[in-house]
Write a protein that binds this ligand. Structure first.
Ligand SMILES: *Cc1c(COP(=O)(O)O)cnc(C)c1O
Length: 226
């Protein structure tokens, strides 16, 4: 993936390329480029791979495991002010407190037990990261996310618990056209008056932007393959 001998130039170039593609997709959809935020998903990559992106100005990062993030982000957050850390992976209820302490945004609220654990952790720590509800948009057996049928009840519960839910998140089935799934997530968010949509990864973020994504989660296209 490296095109020069300078990790910093490479990172800046990759970031620039992604922003160009984001702007183009936004223009085609008559949206403003600044309506979509780029989350750089740095899971499996170490500080030496992450630093060039930080130096190139990127501040939004995503991780999928609490423990892995605890190992690398406290030091990076200290060194680079303004970092906003997003948890994009599955969260176990027993890690809710750690997650609430470290992350600024949690994308994967998908069940009652986790919602309760997060509410308790927020109460205890005084930290209130914004949250997305993850929807199992393709109704896949092995995937995380609340089923479409169970979404209204979960939203009622998170409201009762006082969780700061700002939108919906999904990961569509692999090897299928993601567009209908993104469109469905967008429709569900509108129906429930939720303003934000976390959808789109390296292979499909332009489609996601056309269908209303407000946050895209890009790993491979920025860091290379894992
Ligand atoms: C790994 C991951 C991403 C990034 O995927 P790429 O295909 O590498 O861009 C996005 N969202 C979630 C939930 C992930 O786990």
């Amino acid at each position: 993936m490296n095109t020069t001998d300078s990790p910093l130039l490479d990172a800046a170039q990759r970031l620039h390329d992604i922003h160009n593609r984001m702007s183009k997709a936004a223009r085609l959809a008559s949206r403003k480029p600044e309506e979509t935020r780029l989350i750089a998903v740095s899971k499996t990559f170490g500080p030496e791979d992450i630093k060039p992106l930080l130096q190139a100005g990127q501040r939004l990062f995503g991780e999928n495991r609490v423990q892995e993030a605890q190992g690398k982000w406290p030091a990076l957050k200290e060194k680079y002010p303004g970092v906003e850390l997003h948890l994009v992976g599955q969260l176990q209820s027993n890690k809710a407190e750690d997650a609430v302490r470290l992350f600024d945004v949690i994308h994967s609220v998908d069940r009652s037990s986790l919602a309760k654990a997060l509410a308790k952790a927020m109460e205890k720590t005084g930290q209130r990261p914004d949250c997305f509800i993850q929807v199992n948009i393709g109704e896949e057996e092995q995937k995380g996310g609340v089923s479409i049928d169970a979404l209204p009840a979960l939203l009622t519960e998170t409201e009762t618990l006082g969780l700061p839910i700002i939108g919906l998140m999904c990961v569509p089935p692999v090897e299928k056209d993601p567009a209908p799934y993104f469109a469905l997530l967008s429709k569900l968010a509108k129906r429930h008056n939720l303003p934000r949509l976390s959808m789109g990864m390296s292979s499909d973020f332009e489609t996601a932007i056309k269908l209303g994504a407000t946050e895209i989660r890009v790993g491979t296209a920025l860091f290379g393959s894992r």
